[in-house]
Design a protein around this ligand. Sequence first.
Ligand code: DGJ
Length: 740
Amino acid sequence: MPIQYHSSTKTFHLYNDSISYIFMILENGTPGQLYYGSRLSDKEDFSELLEMKRRANAPCTYEGNLLFSLEHLKQEYPLYGHGDLRYPACSIQKENGSHIFEFQYVSHSIYKGKNRIKGLPAIWCENSDDMESLEVVLEDQRTDTQLTLYYTICTHLPVIARHALILHNGHSSITLQRMMSCNVDLIDDAWDMIQLSGAWSRERHVSSTPLRPGVQSVYSMRGHSSAQFNPFLALKRKECSETAGECMGFTLLYSGSYLAQVEVDNYHVSRVQLGIHPDCFEWTLQQGESFETPEAVYVYSEHGLNGMSQAFHTLFNHHLVRGTYRLQDRPILINNWEATYFDFDEEKIVRIAETAAKAGIELFVLDDGWFGNRNDDHRGLGDWYANVSKLPHGIAGLSERIHAIGMKFGLWIEPEMVNMDSDLYRAHPDWVMIDPDYVPCHGRNQYVLDFSRREVVDHIFNMLDHVLDGADVNYIKWDMNRTMSEVYSRSHSSDRQGRVMHEYILGVYDLYERLMQKYPDILFESCASGGSRFDAGMLYYAPQAWTSDNSDAIERLKIQYGTSFVYPPSCMGAHVSAVPNHQVFRNTPLNTRANVAFYGAFGYELDLSKLSDEEKEEVRQQVAFMKKYRHVFQYGTFYRLSSPFESNETVWMSVSEDRSTAIVGYYRVLNEVNVGYRRVRLAGLDENAVYTINGTDQATDGRELMKAGLVISDYTSGENGETYNGRNGDFISRLYVLES
Ligand code: DGJ
């Protein structure tokens, strides 16, 4: 049993082969944290891990006892009051203005498998042997309020999932002002915190800094999880590398405004919390009402950062993504956005699709501009019916033509937004989230629809349903191109405005769920100006996400490298685009563009008919190569070997499940003259197997490749009379296909 309850000590031990998570019910009836880390042997009593020392000025719980102080005890779900002076997991106000609550243990249950969370994303299992769950019910008797802490441990993965639910049974109302999904008090602060931050087109760059006393955090108050700070943080020991050492990663399965913070107290305890951002949240509960938080996931690794990432990847591929495309190879697509922007008609689209079909590409995606009066980004959003001046036969007619040339058909939508110049806005101006007393901000000339209102979500569903019902659509790219700046719902009373941001995201999840249920074979790809809503919550609905609007191969090294800390290659939309690149104007070789994009949900984003015959042939070969190896690229075990943030050379690799095939991607940004010799130690191979490299006679055993390394030196000497041939110089790359 991975979850044990030891009644004599009131101790819970969640464990599997690799991790242990231990807490106990303290003397005052509240749960106290004892340990989280590498697996410990189970036993009845872990109370030696409950450290209490007499500290000056501490608020103490019991008369005559100077040891028991919540200021210094490690806790599971701390509250304000009763002496804990650090950030609480939960802050609730009573009608009398007091924030003092005390949730004490009442009961618990342990069961196999895991329950889903209504209306929210959550990890799940088909086979109940894969997970075991614990619910601990606590109660504040004075207000008749229950708090349930939910825990799930995966049987075969170093993963714990947590969330909380509060149920109010008392007569007078209570107001939640902070309700985090989880809290863990770690015993020390000797960690570096890694975060994935950036901006539009520079998403999820890796940065790392030692923890220091006080609060450090990543967050979003933008209404989506954001390109600025991904909802993830990792703690790693100083000596932890990609391949060895201790680290832990935390993420939130949520797509709205969030907070993930580490608070280091003055005795070096590190308190980690993740949840809905409290500054964007206030939720009043009347008698009989409840509130459930999103789910947080913890991963622990003793095998370096790659070990942490691989656990996230396996978890998400197997136990988060749902539907027809779960664990399936993703179709190779061509998207017309960078090929045409808004300037297209049916004939132009069919021409691009025909050239793509000849190259073996499987799915054509029609991007922005097909609907309403959408000829530029000032108008049309909200009018989800075909623009017949561009598409005289509508979406049904176009999808028929695309299918006739042997491709699947996909469509772009941006259902959460509206332009003021649209039929939808003219009919329902109050559906926009603004405070009408002030001039609202626009973002890309558009406004956010109030998805906290059921009738708005219903209306958009009906419009989209009408399009999808009448046409054979196999894929949807769901975009979201602005942040929320004036969060105010004209349908909510003043005491319910604090719900709006969270209810908005529940509305988004609801629309996804309804479309998924009605159209189970559609592959959804989420997008938010590129990767502004690239989070685990979205993956529950959309198995892949557009990683970034930046499609330059060299920029993508950093973006995809950072993204891989949490998210698997199967979900990273990655396309070959034209040169000079549209974002950074860089010219990179066609093979480098593909060699980067192969490690993801692969596609093209250019007008292939504009390529030379040789380039078209190269594309045809790339597509054939991807078809042969895409399962390894998308679902193989992914290893980061050399970081673009630290080196001129990036190296990563994917290894098939049976370790018979591995593909190493090597990328060099700038060429240098006369540099030293260079080898890369590979990882994850079968050390006894003999691998051929790129189908040549060169055969090397796995041990040599992992210990002595793969020789990659080929620098320009400057004296050999070499000339530029398109495959040397700057921005070169190579793939090494290893087969045993
Ligand atoms: C932003 C997306 O990230 C792009 O790929 C494209 O779909 C545009 N929106 C269309 O407006």
